[in-house]
Design a protein around this ligand. Structure first.
Ligand code: HEC
Ligand code: HEC
Length: 249
């Protein structure tokens, strides 16, 4: 009998533990408690109607001013500052420059809206998510993407590279092989899909006429045929098929 109680007690504490973790999910909490004033996107998707500095700017700024150099200081400096500031904000404590403080005004205390434990989870999420190195890599990937021809951008956004590559046979034929075909046929296949036209391919080429405008389909066709004329290179191989800088949903 005694053992049954012991097991039940262990099971109960196990459950409570996992509930606690779910309750303090920094990402969910920051959306609920901070997003009405701080833009949470990295980078911010708009600078209009700002009630507060974007959260990315807040975190980069705090890390710089606190001169945080090792991740341990996340726990000794960063989290305690956020926990205190959100409940007891003041002009003196703020690291915000004078001009910005004038525009935004001091942050109203969030006492009653958020607890200290919730703030620990929020601050921990802020520290990890708004990472300068990650941001730099995203910006580089985005710059590389923006430098691609329009047709290749459309192809990458629409998952064409999940099945095709520039020069090698994949799930579908390579774009350089395809480029030898007639323009009208290429446009027709992208619009309506196809199956069985090419020997040795078993997957269905999906139709894109609902997803893509006629203009974009023609841009794709022109790009495929331009690519076909070029020397064979693997210059874009390092850019992933998915758009990698879309961090937030
Ligand atoms: C009602 C609007 C509002 C809400 C809600 C809000 N903030 Fe702010 N926050 C501001 C404003 C305005 C500033 C800029 C002025 C300042 O530094 O006080 C700011 C600044 C900050 C700063 C920077 C302080 C500094 O020294 O630069 C931190 C950290 C911060 N907010 C965290 C949070 C967190 C975390 C939440 C959610 C729990 C939150 N804020 C919710 C308006 C808000
Ligand atoms: C699910 C895999 C898949 C995806 C995604 C895909 N394709 Fe295809 N594609 C194929 C296959 C397989 C073929 C060969 C079809 C055949 O044999 O009829 C093909 C053939 C083609 C052809 C041949 C034209 C012709 O008539 O000879 C073109 C052009 C083409 N794809 C362009 C694209 C473009 C552009 C995209 C993205 C908008 C895309 N494909 C997305 C699998 C795919």
């Amino acid at each position: 009998m005694y053992y049954i109680y012991l097991i039940a007690a262990l099971l109960l504490t196990g459950c409570m533990d996992s509930k606690n973790k779910v309750k303090f999910d920094g990402e969910t909490l920051i959306e609920q408690k901070c997003a009405m004033c701080h833009n949470l996107k990295m980078p911010p998707d708009t600078y209009e109607d700002e009630k507060a500095p974007p959260m990315m700017a807040v975190v980069f700024h705090l890390k710089d001013f606190m001169k945080i150099t090792v991740d341990d200081e996340k726990f000794s400096k960063f989290i305690p500052f956020v926990q205190d500031y959100v409940i007891n904000p003041s002009r003196d404590k703020s690291y915000c420059d004078k001009e910005s403080l004038k525009t935004y005004g001091v942050m109203p205390s969030q006492k009653g809206n958020v607890t200290k434990d919730e703030l620990e989870a929020i601050a921990s999420y802020m520290y990890d998510f708004y990472d300068q190195q990650k941001y730099l890599e995203q910006m580089q990937a985005k710059a590389a993407f923006d430098a691609l021809p329009k047709g290749e951008q459309i192809a990458r956004k629409n998952g064409c590279f999940n099945c095709h590559t520039l020069n090698k046979k994949g799930v579908g034929p390579s774009f350089s092989e395809i480029s030898k075909r007639d323009a009208k046929e290429i446009i027709d296949t992208i619009s309506n899909g196809s199956h069985g036209k090419w020997e040795g391919f078993h997957v269905m080429m999906p139709a894109f006429k609902i997803k893509l405008t006629q203009e974009n389909i023609v841009t794709l066709q022109k790009w495929i045929q331009e690519e076909g004329k070029k020397e064979k290179t693997n210059k874009t191989a390092e850019i992933p098929a998915q758009t990698p800088w879309k961090v937030k949903k």
